[in-house]
Design a protein around this ligand. Structure first.
Ligand SMILES: [Zn+2]
Ligand SMILES: [Zn+2]
Length: 535
């Protein structure tokens, strides 16, 4: 007899739904299990990847339910983001309609798949009852100084009038939509001060039993803690000092150039005093795309320009040329480096390309004597100091702490711990996201929307156009009285990166109905932490 999928599945799925088989409540008397799966973008329809992922969670959840555990197995939608805007423009619909239609369709598909979810707990990040609390969280960060505004360089298309993601800058620096050359523009953007937590994030990696070492290492490298020295090079004949950071003060005698990022604030000062002002400005303008810059930093083609100015090495008074180079990223360190080509491969590649001298200050422990004129790679390992004044002959591993002590006590610099981690740029010039709850007032500045006025809802009556943030044109929505002085104000038209929305949904699943906060602690005390994440 053939198995009649259609009628048998339907029968049981209806029964699960009518009996609330997978609905779950807190039960302090019994053991809980929180089985969390990656929640999908409502992109249209489920694909085989979803099916695979959600089957794993479904099996686990059902098994544990049958063992008598209280199993929280929820599902929701990561529903804001650019794809909805693009689809809306493409199909002549509204992101709101496109998204909600997809949510209902995909929910129907998941039900037909037979997944054991407590559907009463479904959350959608684009639902005002959810992003109310995303905005509330932003306000708490703002109150503590953890959400702040600063000017940051971004990719900008003049023709589209919008910021572009690095991935949207193509064909050697052109806009992916209209092929206009992309420029770097300094815009005021919102950030979250995640760097305040760098050390805590790093320390907590030691407290993660059962995690693959590979994953922990990735995280460690992303945080990127390094101990070193922050030092200053005085510009020769000018009243300006350039700060750099190095983890290799043992190579300080091998410095043969200084290199600045094209965005370094000292570049215009230097250009004004350089015989090559025009060439420098041209070079800076041509080093616009972040992609090219990151590739250069990672080992790709390096370009630079000699400014004709010199800086003074504090340890020996030697004058070294000051360059501007595309492989120096403003986002890391100080945006300027001391170039030690003998002992850093990137500096070596750059020095060979532009015939800058290479001076070895550490020889290999094998006894080999390096010759800067004939070396074909940088020597980056430990060895024996040479050309290093009173430190000659000392193993470099001993020289590093000794030279740090000497350097710092001579007043040339300070010990410093640096992190690769940067603050998180969260503002997007997009419509389909959670509005940042801020009102600008000429008198009071950036004023947070009072919590009692949340959520700041997205207006639905907008015009969708390519490359323009519809919120910037929503004049009626934008106008709002200043919460502080009552005078005329204007709403922030940037929305939050969707990764903010998806950074706390697992907490909302514990209390999806509460209207008095993002979640109830008695719920999260019971359900958290997530016991198994699948995604
Ligand atoms: Zn464009
Ligand atoms: Zn005001």
């Amino acid at each position: 007899m053939a198995y009649d999928f259609l009628s048998i599945e339907k029968k049981w799925q209806q029964r699960w739904e009518s009996e609330g088989t997978f609905n779950v409540e807190r039960d302090p008397g019994s053991e809980k299990f929180y089985c969390l799966e990656m929640f999908p973008y409502p992109s249209g329809a489920l694909h085989m990847g979803h099916l695979r992922n959600y089957s794993i969670g479904d099996m686990l959840a059902r098994f544990l339910m049958m063992e008598g555990k209280q199993v929280l197995h929820p599902m929701g939608y990561d529903a804001f983001g650019l794809p909805a805007e693009n689809a809306a423009i493409k199909y002549g619909t509204h992101p709101h309609k496109w998204t909600w239609d997809n949510i209902e369709h995909m929910t129907d598909q998941l039900k037909r798949m037979g997944c054991s979810y407590d559907w009463r707990r479904r959350v959608e990040t684009c639902n005002p009852n959810y992003y109310h609390w995303t905005q509330w969280l932003f306000l708490q960060f703002h109150k503590k100084g953890l959400a702040y505004r600063k000017t940051a360089p971004v990719n900008w298309c003049e023709s589209c009038g919008t910021v572009l993601a690095n991935e949207q800058v193509i064909n050697d620096g052109h806009c992916w939509r209209c092929a206009t050359p992309v420029v770097k523009k300094n815009l005021v953007q919102w950030f979250l001060r995640i760097t305040d937590y760098a050390q805590e994030l790093l320390d907590s990696l030691d407290d993660l039993p059962g995690w693959p070492e590979r994953v922990k290492l990735m995280q460690r490298n992303w945080i990127g803690r390094s101990e070193g020295v922050r030092l200053r090079f005085a510009l020769y004949g000018a009243s300006l000092e350039i700060e750099t950071f190095t983890t290799r003060i043992d190579t300080i005698f091998g410095v043969t150039f200084l290199a600045l990022s094209p965005e370094h604030p000292a570049v215009s000062f230097i250009a004004d005093r350089s015989p090559k002002k025009d060439e420098i400005e041209e070079f800076v303008a041509s080093s616009i795309t972040q992609t090219e810059r990151e590739q250069a930093a990672a080992g790709g083609e390096k370009r630079g320009i000699d400014t004709g100015l010199f800086a003074v090495n504090p340890v020996n008074g030697e004058k070294v040329p000051v360059w501007i180079a595309n492989y120096i990223l403003m986002e890391y360190g100080t945006g300027a480096i001391m170039g030690v080509p003998a002992h850093d491969q990137r500096d070596f590649d750059f020095a060979r390309k532009y015939s800058i001298p290479v001076i070895p200050v550490i020889n290999p422990p094998t006894g080999e004597i390096l010759d800067g004129r004939t070396m074909d790679v940088a020597f980056e390992e430990d060895g024996i100091q040479c050309n290093s004044g009173k430190f000659d002959g000392m193993p470099s591993s001993e020289a590093l702490p000794a030279m740090t002590e000497w350097f710092v006590s001579s007043g040339w610099g300070e010990r410093e711990v640096n992190f690769r981690l940067r603050d998180w740029l969260i503002s997007r010039q997009r419509y389909w996201g959670a509005p940042i709850p801020i009102i600008y007032c000429d008198k009071c500045g950036a004023v947070p929307v009072p919590e009692s006025d949340l959520p700041v809802e997205l207006p639905l009556d907008i015009e969708m156009k390519t490359g323009v943030n519809p919120l910037a044109g929503a004049d009626e929505w934008k106008r709002a009285p200043c919460p502080k002085c009552g005078g005329p104000g204007v709403r922030e038209t940037d929305t939050m990166d969707t990764f903010i929305c998806s950074s706390w949904y697992f907490l909302r699943f514990a209390s999806p109905w509460t209207e008095s906060g993002p979640f109830e602690t008695e719920d999260t005390d019971y359900w958290m932490a997530v016991d198994q994440y699948i995604g």
